[in-house]
Structures are given as structure tokens and as C-alpha cells.
Design a protein around this ligand. Sequence first.
Ligand SMILES: Cc1cc2nc3c(=O)[nH]c(=O)nc-3n(C[C@H](O)[C@H](O)[C@H](O)COP(=O)(O)O)c2cc1C
Length: 184
Amino acid sequence: MKVVAFLGSPRNGNTTAMVNAVCKGAVSAGHETEVINLASLKISDCTACCACKSDKFEYCAIKDDMQELYTKIIEADCLVFGTPVYMGQMTGQMKNFFDRWYPFLGENYHIYHLPGKKYITVTASGAPAAVFQSLTDYFNHWLGSFFKMELVQNIVGGELGPADAINSQPQLLTMAENAGRTLK
Ligand SMILES: Cc1cc2nc3c(=O)[nH]c(=O)nc-3n(C[C@H](O)[C@H](O)[C@H](O)COP(=O)(O)O)c2cc1C
């Protein structure tokens, strides 16, 4: 299985550690993994040109690093979404990336490429985990109910302020590693 993880944190902190743990588990189960740091790429905002809804473009008209990511998304069997909570939501990097998924939505709500793929979400917040259940619900609504992907696990880390706070909650890393290891 090919596992592709998208990292929405601009720093090497809690989200990165948990996403890496998912990948470590997946590798130990014999899967191929790749971690993509969205903050290091040029991913423009969607401009609502809607060229993706015409026959002229296969995906998106904007020629930036997202073009390569469409192929990676399509070829993956499992997608991992890792983001810290910023102002109660996913980071801007992750949301810009997700807005650019519009090409996967066709006429009459037909979904291209995504149905049946597995997904794992990883979130990190300074506040206790339960405070931002709404972000996990958002992912499950869009990835699960709307894009018809199959939830493997939501890993929700709370009380993770400083970048190294994850070290005081090793159970989160164990949970993340197990999520990767149980992929099949
Ligand atoms: C701009 C910014 C906004 C944030 N907003 C929130 C927030 O709304 N709620 C919260 O609990 N934590 C918030 N945090 C804290 C981060 O979610 C927390 O430190 C998280 O562990 C960061 O993940 P990272 O280490 O992977 O970057 C914010 C941090 C930053 C830098």
C-alpha cells in the first residue's frame, strides 16, 4: 500500500512527530510512505476560475506545486492529513491545499479518484483535545461522507503548546504508530 502524508504545520513540532509515527507504523507493516511538507511548497489559493470544470484542464489551471500533488493523491491508497489547530481551524497551508481538491468534484456531485481510499487525520492543539472536535468532524464530513473515503483513525492531540510537548504524551505517538501499523 502507498501511504502519502500531507503535513500542514510550518514547524517541525507535534504534528510532524505524530505523522512520522503513523508512517513508522506503516513502514513496519510493509507499506511505502511519503511525507509532503505543504509549507515548503508553492501552493496558490484557488482563484475560482473553474477551469477544472471545463474539458481543457485535467485538474487545475494554476501551474504550481499542486500539479505534482494531484498525481500523488491519485496514486495513494491511504492519505494522512496532519495539521495543527490555528484559530480554531486547520492551518492556512492545509486549507489552501484542500481548496485545490475542487477538480475531484465533477458534475452532479460525481467524485473522481477518491472514493475507497483510506485516510487518517492527525491534529494538534494547545487546548485540550475535546475543544476542537469540530475540526475532526470537518475532516470526517468532507473526506468520509462527501468524498467517500474510508476512515482509518482520527488522532487528536490536545494540550500540545510548545513544539516538543508531544514528548510528554508518548501515548499519542504510540496511537499514531499503531494506526499506521494496522493499515491493510
Ligand atoms: C497562529 C497560531 C494559532 C493557534 N491557534 C490555536 C487555537 O485556536 N487553539 C489551540 O488550542 N491552539 C492554537 N495554537 C497552538 C497550536 O495548535 C499548538 O501549538 C500545536 O501543537 C502546534 O502544532 P505543531 O507543533 O505541529 O506546529 C495556535 C498556534 C499558532 C502558531
